[in-house]
Design a protein around this ligand. Structure first.
Ligand code: XUL
Ligand code: CO
Length: 444
């Protein structure tokens, strides 16, 4: 059994990060994130429900396709054995505590030692879950979501739930069953499925209908199992259009809506939106959130950003206040994140090999979220954008607009009204520039 009160510190030179206000020169302090500050009637911490992700921060050694790891973290060891998994967990909870953030997220394989068979993984996950429970208890940290990694093991090269080989799909189902149960046991708020390899590299070897039918069928079983075990969190699918596959089925929020509708899963499954995945699918972060809100699919957010120059998932900490503000004004009016949160699915660059860099990365990301929250709250309190949007659609609230959407209306009746009422439809300004200036005016 791992010792949760280990005397070893993995970050001995760093104290708990505190709010010091915008004039602080201390780079190991928050300038905007003041967790108890009330914003739109809620504490900042409760609005943002921020989580640290296990994989980028504690598992990665900085390896990329051109070179081996550069990080050499004090909790890493040559063998991915149980002692290494215990050390990694101790480092992780020390980090969550020092950042003073309430949540974390993990994949099954992030928290376990290397497992040779599915059965071994099941047993290792049970052991890891007991340790996680003890660490949660000792630190007060909570689980935002758990997920099964169905993309790293070579058996999943052609997918998990959509694999052409039923034996591989069965292994995927076992991992999901186990991880969903562990997430439930740990009091997780959500369970995530990222279909990293649910898609294809070439249509020449792919039976689209069979793969999607299997995906729909097995996802229904996940929902049934969630109900059977009494898990009250949300099941979330994380959209991403490609990478690692040429095409992924969970392309974007609108595609997932169609898929859920096809397999009668609307209302049962929601989305976990990630800005870098949004931009890879040709959308903005705000577009994906607005789409999810309009379709009643909003779940949680993996916060990060890409960059304008390259076309892959760079998973950088999102420092673009305007991008986040524009996204927040799409979800705050509908009540905010509910069971969701902001999970930092972001990594420090390969050259940033000091442990302190992990803190700088997160502190920047936390403060960007807090600053954007303040800006979004200011925009909402001023109410101008909302009022202008309402005014733009006011015609639909009475007279002609109401008549056109009434049950009595038909194509012919509407078309005839144009002549009988002498309607000539004119354009009025969309005021885009005026509205964009309002966003910048609220960023302080
Ligand atoms: C990959 C990605 C994953 C999921 C969890 O692009 O975002 O880390 O968030 O599997
Ligand atoms: Co993600």
């Amino acid at each position: 059994m791992a010792d949760t009160n280990s005397a070893i510190s993995y970050f001995p030179d760093i104290d708990t990060i505190k709010y010091e206000g915008i004039d602080s020169e201390n780079q190991l302090a928050y300038r905007y994130y003041d967790k108890d500050q009330m914003v739109l009637g809620k504490r900042m911490e409760d609005h943002l429900r921020m989580a640290v992700c296990y994989w980028h921060t504690f598992c990665s050694d900085g390896m990329d396709i051109f070179g081996s790891g550069t990080f050499n973290r004090p909790w890493h060891s040559a063998n991915n054995d149980r002692a290494a998994a215990d050390a990694k967990m101790a480092a992780a909870f020390e980090f969550f505590t020092k950042l003073d953030l309430p949540y974390y997220c993990f994949h099954d394989v992030d928290v376990t030692e290397a497992s040779d068979t599915p059965d071994e993984l099941s047993n290792n996950l049970k052991y890891a879950a007991d340790n996680l429970a003890r660490h949660q208890e000792a630190s007060g940290k909570k689980l935002l979501w758990g997920t099964a990694n169905l993309f790293s093991h070579p058996r999943y090269a052609a997918g998990g739930l959509t694999n052409p080989d039923p034996q591989v799909a069965a292994c995927a189902i076992r991992q999901i069953r186990d991880c969903l149960e562990v997430t439930h046991k740990l009091g997780g708020s959500n369970y995530v499925l990222w279909g990293g390899r649910e898609g294809y590299d070439t249509l020449l070897n792919t039976d689209l209908k069979r793969e999607q039918d299997n995906f729909g069928r097995f996802l229904s079983m996940v929902v049934d199992h969630k109900k059977k075990i009494g898990f009250e969190g949300k099941i979330l699918i994380e959209p991403k259009p490609h990478e690692p596959m040429y095409h992924q089925y969970d392309f974007d929020t609108a595609t997932i809506y169609g898929f859920l509708r096809r397999y009668d899963l609307l209302g049962e499954v929601h989305v976990n939106i990630e800005p870098n995945h949004a931009t890879l699918s040709g959308h903005s972060f705000a577009h994906e959130l607005a789409t999810a809100v309009s379709l009643d699919m909003m779940g949680s957010i993996d916060i990060n950003m890409g960059n304008y120059q390259n076309g892959w998932d760079t998973d950088q900490f999102n420092l673009d206040i305007r991008d986040i503000t524009s996204a927040l004004i799409e979800i705050l009016p509908s009540g905010g994140l509910d069971t969701g949160g902001f999970n930092f699915d972001a990594k420090v660059r390969r050259q940033s090999n000091d442990e302190a860099d992990l803190f700088y990365g997160h502190i920047g990301g936390v403060d960007a979220l807090a600053r954007a929250l303040l800006a979004a709250a200011d925009i909402i309190e001023r109410g101008k954008i909302d009022a202008m949007k309402k005014e733009r659609y006011a015609g639909w609230e009475s007279g002609l607009g109401q008549a056109m959407i009434s049950d009595d209306a038909s194509l012919a009746s509407i078309a005839d009204t144009v002549a009988s009422d002498g309607i000539n439809g004119s354009h009025s300004s969309g005021k885009q520039e005026y509205l964009e200036n309002l966003i910048n005016q609220s960023i302080k």
